[in-house]
Design a protein around this ligand. Structure first.
Ligand code: FMN
Length: 391
């Protein structure tokens, strides 16, 4: 499984420079800058020269199947918009305009949450092409999110978008039974509508300890989820979204448990806690980052500096748990990186920060991925998959 995963550099096109200018103009309002992506996705088809339309060709289509009989996932391309970018699940199909082949909506919790009250909750780190955030799981509640998914799912599939729902435990609960009830109820609501469900056990921004730091509670969560899932007449894929900062022994404990519980796959990974930002190849120092909470916390780091560490984790999982489906996430901003990860055996990738730094990022990465496939003599991703069947 040797594969050199280089942190490929992309060519800065004039449109990327315009995007940099827009970021500079709105530097005093990072949350506005962040939210403007949804307007770009919506109006992309009518903005001249943007080329913002769904790509319905079969060149990059990917079907992910599961040995346990869970419903297969059909992605228009293996580039998914990661959780957090569309927390509300409004206007899901717009994200096909900007090139995505899948979207994880949410993260949703059992009830509406305002998230952290401090402002700003987001900071852009230009020199590292990174974003740090401490949104604190703001969302409209899982019922509202899933009602919206249900009404748009058919249309999303027509634009070749696969729709996952990201869910998490409600922060602030103290009683363990209450916590478990909360997670399972939230999961059950999402399980009815999503093509897949991802359980976010690694949010560093709730003011509480991350769930994946307490392995015994984590096991209880997945036991309950497994019991619920086994009681249903249909089976859908379940993913756990893990933190990228874990020591190998901790990751191993969690992976062993997830395999034992029959979880289909993992998303590696979430944002990287900024308290440990010096572990990443960054130019910025912790003190230079904007405080995002009243207590001075600077949230979690996303973007380009996460890439090498993410690849290390993905290699570990692929080598030791080949039965697990992997969605790679962290610093993916180039189609060549996606091809490298596909060669490592990942089923799809999830991206977030790149949309702030590359104009029409998913469309650009599609082109690069096609070029990489072509370079190795494959006309389509299906041709690549046929030549490399899953064991
Ligand atoms: C502003 C912001 C909000 C996020 N919100 C969520 C969230 O609600 N749930 C989640 O699982 N991940 C969330 N993430 C993490 C991303 O989904 C992704 O895991 C992370 O940013 C790494 O990918 P990237 O380097 O491509 O940005 C958020 C990230 C950012 C920057």
């Amino acid at each position: 499984m040797s594969n050199d995963c280089i942190n490929h550099e992309y060519y800065m096109r004039p449109s990327d420079r315009i995007l940099a200018l827009i970021r500079r103009i709105f530097h005093n309002n990072p949350e506005f800058r962040h939210d403007s992506f949804k307007h770009v996705a919506r109006f992309a088809p009518v903005i001249p020269l943007m080329g913002g339309r769904p790509d319905l060709s079969n060149t990059l289509q990917r079907v992910v199947t599961f040995a346990d009989g869970s419903n297969p996932l059909h992605f228009g391309c293996p580039i998914i918009l990661a959780a957090g970018a569309n927390k509300t699940a409004l206007r899901i199909c717009d994200y096909a305009n900007v090139g995505f082949g899948g979207i994880s909506v949410g993260t949703a919790t059992r009830h509406v949450r305002e998230g952290n009250t401090h402002r700003p909750r987001i900071g852009f780190v230009e020199k590292d092409r990174a974003i740090h955030n401490s949104m604190g799981l703001n969302n409209d509640g899982v019922e509202a999110v899933c009602r919206r998914v249900e009404t748009q799912l058919e249309a999303a599939h027509k634009t070749h978008l696969c729709v996952g729902v990201s869910v998490a435990e409600t922060p602030g609960l103290t009683d363990e039974n209450e916590k478990l009830k909360d997670v399972v109820e939230t999961f059950a609501i999402a399980y009815k509508v999503g093509d897949y469900v991802e359980i976010n056990v690694s949010c560093p921004n709730t003011g509480e300890n991350r769930v994946d730091l307490d392995t015994s509670f984590l096991e209880k969560i997945f036991t309950e989820i497994t019991n619920y899932r086994n009681s249903q007449s249909y089976r859908k894929a379940v993913y756990a979204k893990l933190s990228p900062d874990m020591l190998e022994c901790h990751l191993k404990t969690i992976m062993d448990m997830l395999v034992q519980k029959g979880v289909n796959g993992v998303i590696m990974g979430n944002t990287y806690p900024t308290a440990k930002v010096n572990e990443l190849p960054v130019c910025v120092t912790f003190d230079e980052l904007t405080p995002l909470r009243g207590d001075g916390n600077r949230g979690g780091m996303s973007g380009r500096p996460l890439y090498e560490n993410m690849v290390k984790n993905v290699k570990f999982i692929r080598e030791n748990y080949p039965q697990m489906s992997v969605m790679a996430c962290g610093g993916i901003d180039h189609g060549f990186k996606i091809y490298d990860l596909i060669k490592l055996g990942v089923d799809a990738v999830q991206c977030y920060s790149v949309v702030a730094f590359r104009w029409m990022a998913a469309h650009a990465m599609r082109k690069e991925l096609e070029e990489a496939l072509m370079g190795d003599g494959y006309k389509t991703l299906a041709d690549y998959d046929a030549a490399h069947p899953k064991l």
